[in-house]
Design a protein around this ligand. Structure first.
Ligand code: ARG
Ligand code: ZN
Length: 465
């Protein structure tokens, strides 16, 4: 009741505010409204048009006992068009204030869109800062494939994984891999819990029963790769021979199973660096949580996140994503095989070069599956919808595609292609069309029809003659 009275007081007593409200209600000039999505057919509302985010500064307080999250996001962005209004993606939670530069901005919520109307329109090219203050109990989203995604509470904290959509469950974002940004993530949790995000730990301090962790991800990162995972963790830190700062956080319940695998991380990163080129980030590591209901691991940038102790193949896979997926990012979710096919093929290569099955044997065993098998249900370059992006064809037939390319061009050229891909698109984006062109240019061979068949033809492809 007192709140209603307060609102009345504002509208009747302050004419300036009324004028501002009326101005905001005018239809914005055509061409000055930032689009509510970047135009990805699989996730039409993912990301937003009209600006590019250079930096996210997230300050979070999380209480694992109540599940309550308090957040402030300071987003530094540049307008890529004139903007009378623009969107951020945010699902659930309560927004208490939005400011653009130093002025309070009007905003409204509409599904996963947080619509922001700056007091004065922003002109194209202008750098601006959006501050969003918010709080509430974050909840995961359910992906089209049925998996939970986003801020997923656990018995001692939260497992925070955002592929493809979940970043918006815990911070306001331009939530599409097309937009990559630097991040500072500062998380305060009760003393005794550890909060692990991406990049380098730049500070940690405990006061009044709470510990604050400040993480910095300097190299560009897609929103879905951000994490702020909280739990009771055993922590191990060291620097590799190549100067990479490693931070491993392990749930004690997974520690004995994880130890022998995590011990191999430096040698896996060295092996991958030899194959794919220098490791792209200054930090590395692992977050091994105990979150048995999640059902997947994620290549969170610089520090993969596991829902249980990983096996060696999974460790190889998630770290291969640091090159393929994290450093070289998707421009559209349809191209997901560029992430999963490559990371899966890295597993095959690792096995081959460490006394296990050859990649050819792995290929043959898969190829032997009958035409009715789910492996051939759709082509990896065209999964058809967001529900299929983590399907078997994306991973396995995606890797088979690379293997067929390797057979066609021979080992030296194939490995030159892999390395060139990671180098040319480092910290940026790559599309399937660009990969096909690169493979053709590096090999000097017409590999187009082979790649197109394996990537786009429905059903089980014929083998090379
Ligand atoms: N990219 C993860 C991997 O390396 C899989 C993420 C699955 N996520 C999901 N929402 N189903 O395999
Ligand atoms: Zn993967």
């Amino acid at each position: 009741m007192s709140r209603r009275r307060a609102r009345q007081a504002v509208t009747t007593a302050v004419p300036v505010v009324v004028t501002a409200l009326l101005a905001a209600a005018q239809p914005p000039t055509a061409g000055t409204v930032g689009a509510p999505g970047v135009g990805d057919p699989y996730f039409p509302l993912a990301g937003n048009g009209g600006y590019h985010v250079g930096h996210y500064d997230l300050t979070l307080h999380y209480d694992p006992d109540t599940g309550h999250l308090d957040g402030t996001a300071v987003i530094t962005a540049r307008a890529t068009q004139d903007l009378s209004r623009f969107d951020l993606d945010l699902k659930g939670l309560t927004v208490t204030r939005v400011a653009v530069d130093h002025g309070t901005a009007h905003f409204r919520r509409s599904g996963q869109e947080l619509v922001v109307m700056p007091y004065r329109p922003l002109s194209k090219g202008r750098q601006f800062r959006v501050t969003v203050t918010y709080q509430g109990t974050p909840e995961p989203v359910t992906d089209p494939d049925g998996s939970p995604d986003g801020w997923i509470p656990t018995d001692d904290g939260a497992f925070v994984a955002g592929e493809p959509q979940g970043a918006m469950t815990w911070f306001p974002a331009n939530n599409h891999p097309k937009d990559k940004s630097a991040y500072d993530i500062t998380i305060t949790v009760p003393q005794g819990r550890t909060a692990v995000a991406n990049g380098v730990l730049v500070g940690q301090r405990t006061a009044h029963g709470h510990t604050t962790f400040h993480w910095r991800q300097s190299e560009p990162m897609a929103a879905y790769l951000a994490t702020a995972t909280v739990g009771k963790f055993e922590v191990e830190q060291y620097t590799t021979r190549d100067g990479i700062r490693v931070y491993n956080a392990v749930d004690p319940r997974e520690a004995s199973a994880a130890a022998p695998v995590l011990k191999k991380l430096p040698s896996v990163l060295e092996w991958e660096s030899k194959l794919f080129g220098p490791y792209p980030f200054r930090a590395a590591g692992s977050i091994v949580d105990h979150a048995p209901d999640v059902g997947y691991a994620l290549e969170t940038q610089s520090r993969p996140l596991y829902d249980r102790a990983p096996d060696l193949s999974t460790l190889v896979h998630e770290n291969a994503h640091q090159w393929f997926g994290d450093s070289v990012s998707l421009a559209t979710w349809q191209d997901i095989w560029l992430n999963e096919g490559f990371a899966t093929y890295a597993e095959w290569l690792y096995r081959e070069q460490h006394g296990g099955k050859t990649a050819q044997q792995t290929f043959d065993a898969l190829y032997a599956r009958p035409a009715s098998d789910e492996l051939w249900a759709f082509p990896p370059g065209d999964p058809g919808s967001g529900a299929n992006i983590f399907g078997t064809p994306v991973y396995a037939r995606g890797a088979m595609t690379l293997h067929e390319l390797r057979v066609a061009v021979g080992d030296p050229v194939f490995f030159r292609i892999l390395r060139a891909w990671a180098t040319v698109h480092r910290y940026g984006h790559g599309t399937t069309a660009q990969f096909v062109r690169l493979a053709r240019n590096v090999s000097g061979q017409d590999v187009d029809s082979l790649l197109k068949t394996w990537l786009y033809a429905p059903g089980k492809p014929d083998l090379l003659p």
